[in-house]
Design a protein around this ligand. Structure first.
Ligand SMILES: Nc1nc2c(c(=O)[nH]1)N[C@H]1C(S)=C(S)[C@@H](COP(=O)(O)OP(=O)(O)OC[C@H]3O[C@@H](n4cnc5c(N)ncnc54)[C@H](O)[C@@H]3O)O[C@H]1N2
Ligand code: MOO
Length: 390
């Protein structure tokens, strides 16, 4: 059985970015840039006011001075001009008129008809945002490989960029297998178990850049599973199977792809939870088999499926481990690499209970995975452990 680092390396090697497409910036949330974004405009385009007030010439800035108001300037409009002993009413973001080099905020001005009287004590700040101080036309604002969240989208749009080139999103079909599974809302009074993981894994996949068609529940009937496998491979880049990964009589996760020359790249990993996880290739499609125990499924989705999807999107597939001190002592680790569920509070990593891979309730509090190498000695409170957001 391979170790976790080897499994992750094999997954990352499979995660070659898919093709590219050009899309509108307003539809680009969560996508990854295939080409850098270059500013088409300079920002700000001119020297602009950072306050609502009066644009003045520095040499007229004398406490108590009376200046004639000769214009009114709004953002997006022209700047006009002022001369000696003159000023212009100006609003935040408006270009300074010719001749002006600073702004007095309106709290320091008393207006009297066409005249403005400056206060007896004036702020030393110029209140001017200089042309090009944010960025200039032709400058790179976002490098290729950037994942577009709210902050990056502001930057692209500010650069006057309407269309961007991104990597195609991996199309994902999730097949939740198990005779016992029913849709949430249909278990009460029957023998069925709500399919929780099909829904959770779909959400995890979407968070990591996938276009998920939705989850199909399929019973443990090999003929039906083979038909579903064929259909899924026809429409998806990545097929995710949940359940049926272990050695039970009705565990058909791998067998359902027998018609499609499944080549296993990973077949069991020395990790806890998630040992039965598997990943394979069927032609140019990828298949990921997640163990059915809900926590095992979600942990392996975070540790192996998420990096795979990010890599297919052209984003960094690496897992960003962060060292945190332990809040309390941890016993020695077992023989498999362990990924315990925990949470961060007061700058420390806390372990949750129970750690049973069938337990689902504690997932609501489990914001961290705490990583332990195989056979690690007990750790005292305060020892640093590698953690990953979950
Ligand atoms: N003899 C052995 N038995 C087991 C082994 C082993 O090595 N030898 N491994 C154990 C480990 S570890 C895991 S994890 C599980 C994984 O088994 P499967 O992937 O075959 O999962 P299932 O048997 O289909 O289901 C297990 C469990 O999870 C529930 N489940 C399944 N799908 C869902 C879903 N979509 N939503 C909610 N719950 C789900 C299912 O009802 C079962 O209770 O195998 C161990 N056994
Ligand atoms: O590894 Mo299983 O995933 O322990 O329950």
């Amino acid at each position: 059985m391979i170790g976790f680092d080897e499994a992750l390396a094999r997954v990352v090697a499979l995660a070659r970015p898919l093709g590219t497409e050009e899309i509108l910036v307003e539809e680009a949330h969560g996508r990854t840039l295939a080409q850098e974004v270059v500013a088409r405009i300079t920002a700000p385009a001119a020297d602009v006011s950072t306050m609502d007030g009066y644009a003045v010439r520095g040499r007229d800035l004398v406490p108590g001075a009376m200046l004639r108001v000769v214009g009114e300037l709004f953002p997006g409009g022209g700047g006009g001009a002022i001369g000696a002993a003159e000023c212009a009413r100006i609003f935040t973001g408006a270009p300074l008129p010719e001749g002006a080099d600073r702004v007095v905020m309106q709290e320091e001005v008393e207006r009297d008809g066409e005249m403005a009287r400056l206060a007896s004590s004036l702020s030393s700040d110029c209140f001017v945002r200089v042309a090009g101080s944010d960025f200039r036309a032709g400058e790179t604002l976002l490098p290729a490989g950037s994942r577009l969240g709210p902050r990056e989208l502001v930057v692209a749009a500010a650069g006057d960029v309407a269309r961007i080139t991104v990597h195609r999103r991996p199309r994902v079909r999730i097949l939740a297998t198990g005779d016992e599974l029913v849709a949430p809302g249909e278990a009460l009074g029957g023998a069925g178990i709500p399919d929780s993981i099909g829904i959770g894994v779909a959400a995890m996949a979407r968070e990591h850049g996938a276009e998920v068609f939705g989850t199909q529940r399929v019973g443990d009937d090999l003929a039906a599973l083979r038909r579903k496998a064929g259909a899924a491979l026809g429409e998806a880049d990545v097929v995710v199977v949940t359940g049926g990964a272990s050695v039970g009589e009705r565990d058909f996760g791998r067998a359902m792809f027998a018609d499609h020359e499944l080549e296993l790249v990973i077949d069991k990993v020395a990790m806890k939870p998630g040992k039965p996880v598997w990943v394979g290739r069927a032609g140019d499609r990828l298949v990921v088999g997640l163990p059915g125990n809900p926590t095992s499924a979600l942990v392996t989705a975070r540790l192996l499926l998420a990096p795979l999807l990010l890599g297919l999107c052209g984003a960094r597939p690496q897992l960003d481990w962060r060292l945190l001190p332990l809040a309390a002592r941890l016993p020695g680790a077992g023989p498999r690499e362990t990924f315990s569920r925990g949470f961060e509070k007061g700058g420390s990593a806390h372990l949750l209970h129970p750690q049973d891979s069938g337990a689902q309730r504690i997932l609501a509090q489990a914001t961290l995975l705490i990583r332990r190498p195989p056979g690690e000695e007990p750790l005292a409170a305060g020892s640093e452990v590698a953690t990953l957001s979950f």
